[in-house]
Design a protein around this ligand. Sequence first.
Ligand code: SF4
Ligand code: SF4
Length: 261
Amino acid sequence: MSTKADSKPIISVTPDCKGCDHCTEICPTRAIQGQLGERHHIDYKNCVNCGQCLINCPFGAIADMTMVNQVKEALQDPNKYVVSQCAPAVRAALGEEFGMPVGTLVKGKMFAALRKLGVKQVYDTEFTADLTIMEEGTELIERILHGKGPLPQFTSCCPAWIKYAEDHYPKFFPYLSSAKSPQQMFGEFQQVRGFEAVRDATIDIKGTPVRVAIVHGLKNVEPLINDVMNGRSRYHFIEVMNCPGGCVNGGGQPIRHDLAI
Ligand code: SF4
Ligand code: SF4
């Protein structure tokens, strides 16, 4: 696939910026800066490409990179066999984008549309998530029962979180799970989900109490990391997601300023 878009930043501030400063409050890494009333700019060394500034800018002044033209080119190329993989949050976001009630699932419509566009095979991320659950769960058991790695084990599914850890806590890597794309790792721990910054629970697994936590927002993960670094953490497993509530409120989701989800 063409890489013409690769040289462009994933997130950028456009000339429509009014300098209202709202995004500096939203940005979890303080990567977006500027004087009140003046066009703001992004410090790409600190940006984790989460898109929270984009979906929260009241003036629609932040843009993200698009790969639509590359996809069109690929679909028109008779020598290419195009496949797609759809993340779970998209099946609700698309319905919302087309005016359906919030939360309407359009998985079947989405798959049919992709096939009509010329995509040869359509895969669902749920399939690979099942594989990840097994891999990451096995890794956690090995850490708890056989000491094969430090605790707590942190999830590695959120790319914003991983970039943040790489940039700010390179020594933290042994704590990160080696599994990839584990969006549904917590499928059996639904009772700890919610919108508070940090939620936790203790789960009894065959007589072993396993303490788990979920944290939303990179600003909120720093105290947990400091606890780990100082040997004070009480957790075995911590899921980190940059965006409030997870991918459903991620940077690529429909922009709705009229909803409190
Ligand atoms: S929120 Fe939007 S308009 Fe306000 S400073 Fe940030 S980019 Fe500019
Ligand atoms: S994409 Fe995320 S990290 Fe980058 S400037 Fe926007 S809010 Fe900050």
